[in-house]
Design a protein around this ligand. Structure first.
Ligand code: ZN
Length: 214
């Protein structure tokens, strides 16, 4: 990638600390999100929510047509309420994302993160669980599931600890997926050991819109 393109693609990147930048932007989102609770109409709620982008940053689409240089990678749930661009007030080209129900470290998710780190040189992977996660609820319950859903909840069940309430179980599942990334991937393990990538876990509370590092 030539230096002009790299410069154009990193115009929105945080100077040094990607995790601090995610949390700073989430602070803007959660404030607007909480204000939206008391807005009487759907369009007023949208005005408040999209106000997080007014001081935002968008990489030039012409540069994005040539490449990508995201500054953080997210492994998060498929849940419709857990959209990373909103939660972190990010424009196109900033966040590399893998989403699947229950934010588990499934094989293709690990492979995607290997690509993010080895090729795109993303300095941070954040594994993010969220409140009221249906996949974790399904893992805790003993209702019959399809064979593929049984496979999906296997690692979530492996992460469960006796006596955990739903919140603890969701956080435990995020920590388990975080550990799995470097246990299953030599690329990620080496990158983490050398400081090339930092792999962290977080919890998103839908009600307050706040992300907490766990
Ligand atoms: Zn979920």
């Amino acid at each position: 990638m030539d230096s002009k393109l790299t410069k154009d693609l990193t115009v929105c990147s945080p100077p040094s600390d990607p995790l601090a930048e995610l949390l700073r932007r989430n602070g803007k989102f959660s404030k607007a999100w909480q204000q939206a609770v008391n807005a009487p109409t759907a369009s007023q709620r949208m005005e408040l929510t999209k106000s997080i982008f007014t001081a935002g940053c968008q990489i030039n689409p012409a540069a994005l047509a040539e490449g990508q240089k995201p500054w953080a990678a997210l492994l998060s749930c498929a849940d419709a309420r857990v959209a990373p661009e909103w939660i972190f007030a990010a424009g196109s080209g900033e966040l590399f994302q893998v989403r699947g129900a229950g934010n588990t470290a499934f094989d293709d998710a690990i492979a995607s993160m290997e690509y993010a780190v080895a090729v795109l040189e993303v300095p941070l992977i954040l594994v993010m669980g969220h409140s009221a996660c249906g996949a974790v609820k399904a893992a805790i319950a003993s209702d019959p599931l399809t064979p593929l859903l049984e496979d999906l909840v296997k690692p979530i069940r492996a992460s469960l600890k006796p006596g955990d309430d739903l919140t603890k179980a969701i956080q435990g599942n995020a920590l388990y997926a975080t550990a799995t990334l470097s246990q299953r991937s030599e690329v990620l393990k080496k990158a983490q050991a050398s400081g090339k990538v930092s792999i962290k876990s977080a919890y998103f509370d839908i009600g307050t819109g706040k992300v907490t590092v766990i």
